[in-house]
Design a protein around this ligand. Structure first.
Ligand SMILES: [Cu+2]
Length: 501
């Protein structure tokens, strides 16, 4: 009961102003059909308690009733998606963002989705796992002609399923450019037990070559890994109250499977991309492997107060802007050759060994710093002569001293390294990429980050976010801040339209 207000807030969250939204999750009720009054009251009460699904950093798609169906409108188009402050990629998505906006309907709904193609090439929309007539399936060439550039296709079907679903382009390389969105079907009869908070997160990955904001969709060395189109520390934390029952829904469309790990809690897997799992299958876990094209629902009682990490546990997926060579290779030589062609840049060796100066990979995956044949570049603020331990004047430290930042008890300049660090084979590993010098608390300030430990952002990258399990006063404070922010007119994240139709 205590959280009923939250449902409305959740519903409004990113879709403020859409009058149709609050009714979204009130499941349809046939009055009097074989129920006595008590049953009906009970039924209505329970159905009202189905929590709307929050998709942090992704908007909800509004709908209207038209000719007996809930009508949605999706525009496939090129978008500019800001992964984190200062890092904008040219992706393809829907209605201005990648992933596209979230659709929520109820089991049994008749749904119509108008899809306009504003891409420069044909596309087709697939409804992943939907048991619908084949001519609505969106398989280009077999179930329909692809939607030509400038064209439109109207999909319409009745949904008898319930669970965590998604929509995506059925053109393979378009998928790798970001073309997916969450599609929640709320069950007619609420799941038992009810949850207080319900979140969905889409997992995506992009390989971005130097000096280029356009992902290389052929490359399998992914160096930008996103939760709902954002990377840590720009991901928006999930906010819950102590003892809330919480559902997290993870959806994966990419080239890798992601072991998603939650700190401080034990959950059970309650659903897959196929729907609800029987309780007999619910064993205790703290990591769920979300395979490609799969969805996983997990549930738990958030009974452990604190700011807990949720992250993919593949180490390379906890990083931003990975370079194909890093610290260890900068030691003991004049540096790494930079600016070779694509094969070297992608770490593909034709001859020689990985660390040879001339045959090894170049800095190709870096931001292009030094990506020129003219100059070799040891990626080292940590070269001994440039960065004495603990103090020193290193590139990047300006970030840590942004106005408004406080690093209580944290080091402000170079990361801590011992005097003899250079003599240790393998150094540096994380010292160059994590820590105070990477902190950007101020740049990613938002209500949901309120009260996090100063300097927190220096340790968040890639597929990382927080589950913040908060006492009531802190929870209310953050909700108040969020309401304040939502009441101000503002540009929605990722809303730059290149082709605004
Ligand atoms: Cu991963």
């Amino acid at each position: 009961m205590k959280n009923r207000r939250d449902f409305l807030r959740n519903t409004f969250g990113f879709g403020a102003g859409f009058a149709a939204m609050p009714r979204l999750c009130a499941a349809q009720q046939e009055p009097g059909a074989g129920m006595d009054m008590d049953q009906m009251r009970d039924g209505i009460q329970r159905e009202r308690r189905i929590a709307s699904v929050e998709t942090p950093d992704v908007r909800q798609l509004p709908w209207r009733m038209a000719n007996g169906a809930k009508e949605f409108h999706l525009i496939a188009e090129p978008v500019k998606q800001e992964l984190m402050p200062g890092k904008v990629l040219n992706l393809w998505g829907y209605n201005g963002s990648a992933p596209g906006p979230t659709i929520q309907v109820n089991q049994g709904d008749r749904v119509r989705i108008i899809v306009d193609n504003h891409l420069p090439e044909p596309t087709s929309m697939h409804w992943h796992g939907f048991e619908i007539p084949v001519e609505m399936d969106g398989a280009p060439g077999s179930s329909q002609d692809p939607i030509p550039p400038g064209g439109r296709f109207i999909y319409e079907f009745t949904l008898h399923q319930a669970g965590t679903f998604f929509y995506h382009s059925h053109m393979a390389m378009q998928e790798m450019m970001g073309m997916i969105g969450t599609f929640i079907m709320h069950p007619q009869k609420p799941y038992d037990p009810l949850v207080d908070k319900d979140f969905a997160i889409i997992l995506q990955e992009f390989a971005v070559l130097p000096n280029n904001p356009i992902p290389n969709s052929m490359n399998m060395e992914f160096n930008w890994l996103t939760f709902n189109g954002k990377v840590g520390p720009a991901t928006t934390p999930l906010i819950v109250r102590v003892n809330d029952r919480v559902r997290l829904r993870f959806i994966n469309l990419g080239m890798d499977h992601h072991p998603i790990h939650l700190h401080g809690h034990t959950f059970v897997v309650t659903g897959t991309e196929g729907g609800r799992q029987p309780k007999t299958t619910w064993g205790p876990k703290n990591t769920v492997l979300v395979g490609v094209a799969e969805a996983s629902d997990v549930e738990f009682v958030a009974n452990n107060p604190g700011d807990w990490m949720i992250h993919c546990h593949l180490p390379h997926h906890m990083m931003n802007q990975m370079a194909s060579v890093t610290g260890p290779m900068t030691r003991g030589s004049s540096g790494i050759p930079a600016g070779f062609g694509m094969e070297e840049g992608m770490g593909i060796l034709r001859e020689g060994h990985a660390t040879s100066d001339d045959k090894g990979p170049s800095l190709g995956r870096g931001m292009g710093v030094g990506s020129t044949r003219d100059k070799t570049f040891g990626n080292g603020p940590l070269r001994a002569q440039e960065a004495p331990p603990s103090t020193g004047n290193m590139p990047g430290m300006e970030r840590a001293t942004m106005p408004g930042m406080q690093h209580d008890g944290m080091q402000m300049a170079a990361p801590e390294a011992t005097n003899g660090a250079n003599l240790v084979p393998g150094f540096p590993q994380d010292a160059f990429m994590e820590g105070p010098m990477m902190a950007m608390d101020k740049e990613v300030e938002k209500p949901e980050n309120y009260g996090l430990r100063p300097g927190w952002s220096g340790f968040m990258q890639g597929m990382m976010t927080f589950l913040r399990v908060l006492p009531s006063d802190m929870y209310e404070k953050i909700m108040a801040l969020r309401e304040q922010q939502n009441s101000k007119p503002q540009a929605m994240p990722g809303m730059d339209h290149e082709n605004h139709g």
